[in-house]
Design a protein around this ligand. Sequence first.
Ligand SMILES: NC(=O)C1=CN([C@@H]2O[C@H](COP(=O)(O)OP(=O)(O)OC[C@H]3O[C@@H](n4cnc5c(N)ncnc54)[C@H](O)[C@@H]3O)[C@@H](O)[C@H]2O)C=CC1
Ligand SMILES: N[C@@H](CC=O)C(=O)O
Length: 324
Amino acid sequence: MTAPPVRIALLGAGTVGAAVARRLVGRADLYERRTGRRFELAGVAVRDTARPREGIDPSLITDDAETLVDRADVVVEVMGGIQPARALVERALRRGVPVVTANKQLIAQHGPALHALADEHGTSLEYEGAVVAAVPVLSVVREALAGDVVTAISGVVNGSTNFVLDLVARRGVPFEEAVRQAGELGYLEADPTEDLEGLDAAAKIVILARAAWGVPVTLEDVQRRGIADLTDEDFRQAAGAGTVIKLVASAWCRGSAGHRRVEVAVRPVALPQDDPLAQARESANVLIIEAESAGTLRLQGAGAGGDETASAVLGDIVRVVRRG
Ligand SMILES: NC(=O)C1=CN([C@@H]2O[C@H](COP(=O)(O)OP(=O)(O)OC[C@H]3O[C@@H](n4cnc5c(N)ncnc54)[C@H](O)[C@@H]3O)[C@@H](O)[C@H]2O)C=CC1
Ligand SMILES: N[C@@H](CC=O)C(=O)O
């Protein structure tokens, strides 16, 4: 007997959702080979059902996200924001349905409660795409380094602000124009101040710190400054000193079990040109992880973008389906 298809509810069809839908449908054979189950796009919840969505069967589009969640085997939340995303994720978890999300604000603000709900109902919550898009940093911190002790994490973890800083520094593009281009490429959040004020990077470093040390770090713990108040003079001074400004997120842990103190920060830093973080071009991200035995690990790749984030989201879907 063939296994029934996996009905996947997609909440959101913007930059990330549209890319997930394209791959789900276009690479269905690949996912069937990898999981033994056929992936079926059960429906796509959007705000504006009248807008044409290229590559998505119009009969799948709905604005009734709750009903869609109720008939899914896996829920993929890529709508962003806290509500209604949170209520829909909770609804799925209460039904014992696994959830995959790329929503870093939701996880940074409500991750522990959502994990507790998932555990209570014997299901799972995955969000590799929420942190450094295509680069599997959470898998490395949580799984690959499970036998080691992470001591510090630092990196460029926001694609849009890196794109802006890079265009201003290397090509002399005016700041506002670089921000406009980042928006056009789909790198910015629906509310761009999340990127420009460092909130997006703060959410990512909070999620990474929790994954590394299992501590209840929150967004309020982050010492945060974004790039919104950088001036032309700041860029001139940095260039004159042979440095390059990057928005750096960092987390470090002092003490040992029972007496751990974790500190988290996001701030613009002028780095020497040959610093590994200074090498990040356009929307690329770089993460440096220090671990007791492994030493220094450097992970880098696309930190934003629809297809790139879809890679991580689909990886999570394959994982939850394999788990059964
Ligand atoms: N764009 C990127 O490069 C990346 C985005 N993410 C995260 O992925 C999530 C989605 O991001 P994007 O695709 O860029 O956003 P987007 O703004 O392009 O798309 C959001 C989609 O959700 C739908 N939506 C929003 N609110 C809704 C509501 N109340 N009811 C029904 N549908 C609703 C919209 O109609 C739209 O289709 C966000 O949490 C973002 O932080 C994560 C990694 C990279
Ligand atoms: N707005 C985010 C998108 C990916 O997480 C960023 O610029 O990094």
